[in-house]
Ligand binder design. Structure first.
Ligand code: ATR
Length: 277
């Protein structure tokens, strides 16, 4: 029986098994997807030995994405520019790595807001970590023209500017940036349950701007609720989690799975159940 898994440390709260096992059942594929706690010092070994292990591939989550990038035999261009791998697969026995976070964000946006245009728009990104980089790269690929970044640590903004070039700038006047942007995305963990909340005044935001958050616990953050109250279209983080899983499933099992309303409800119910505990 084919087997895939997600590796992380810790891994107990990962929802990837729920997602992939839902698809395996739906498409009648005789395989299983597990979660595997792998300690940081064992990640490189786990990945380099994948070809001779019981697994045909794996997802990689926090804090192993950078180590996984180092450990694969071949990383594709997207993983290369992020220096991070979230999906590992075998191709002709070669251990390959890619990163589907950026495409997961775009697919989630297109799924929820099919008429929303990205080309030549301006975006504001909150945060400058791994998730920000993945989303910024994907937005530039989609033709977004200008991306302003705000982040607690300034040096990380400068790193992103160096990497992605003149389309990306450091925001000096947040109100002006919010007034003129078409898309506003929180890529930090602020607003996640148990974390500090995201304090950003958005009263002057362009009323047509789409406001997105990558946080999905809670399913709708206070930040998104505020944007919704202002009348702006919003996008929660759960869709990105579901859509980033699509390509790995296709690479391992040969079927491109669909992100259905039923799958969304299944994972949303699990998030809500965990919140009540
Ligand atoms: P990820 O891979 O999920 O993006 P990361 O690379 O650690 O994780 O990046 C986390 C982002 O959230 C960063 O932009 C971080 O800001 P710093 O670069 O200043 O560290 C931001 N972040 C996390 N907690 C924060 C907080 N309490 N206040 C402000 N920013 C925060």
């Amino acid at each position: 029986m084919k087997k895939a898994c997600v590796i992380g440390w810790p891994i107990a709260h990962s929802r990837s098994p729920l997602i992939h096992n839902y698809w395996l059942k739906k498409y009648g594929i005789d395989a299983v997807y597990e979660k595997k706690a792998v300690e940081p010092e064992n990640v490189a070994h786990f990945i380099s030995n994948l070809a001779t292990s019981e697994f045909i591939g794996c997802n990689v989550t926090i804090p192993h994405k950078e180590t996984a990038f180092q450990a694969v035999a071949k990383a594709d261009e997207i993983a290369g520019r992020l220096g991070a791998v979230n999906t590992v697969y075998l191709k002709d026995s070669l251990i390959c790595g890619t990163n589907t976070d950026g495409e997961g964000f775009i697919a989630s946006l297109r799924h929820a807001h099919p008429a929303f245009a990205l080309k030549n728009r301006a975006a504001v990104i909150i945060g400058a970590g791994g998730a920000a980089k993945a989303i910024i790269g994907a937005l530039l690929d989609e033709g977004v023209k200008k991306i302003g970044i705000i982040n607690r640590t300034r040096e990380r903004i400068l790193d992103i500017q160096v990497q992605f070039g003149s389309g990306v700038y450091e925001i000096s006047e947040i109100n002006d940036a919010l007034k003129s942007c078409g898309l506003l995305v929180n890529t930090t963990s602020q607003g996640m349950e148990g974390q500090s909340s995201l304090e950003l005044k958005i009263q002057g935001l362009n009323p047509n701007a789409l406001v997105a958050d990558i946080v999905y616990t809670p399913l709708e953050t206070a930040f998104l609720a505020k944007a919704r109250q202002l009348g702006n279209p919003v996008l929660g983080g759960l869709g990105m989690l579901l859509h980033q899983a699509v390509r790995g499933f296709e690479l391992w099992f040969g079927v491109k799975p669909e992100v259905t309303a039923e799958l969304y409800e299944l994972i949303a119910a699990d998030v809500q159940k965990a919140q009540k505990q």
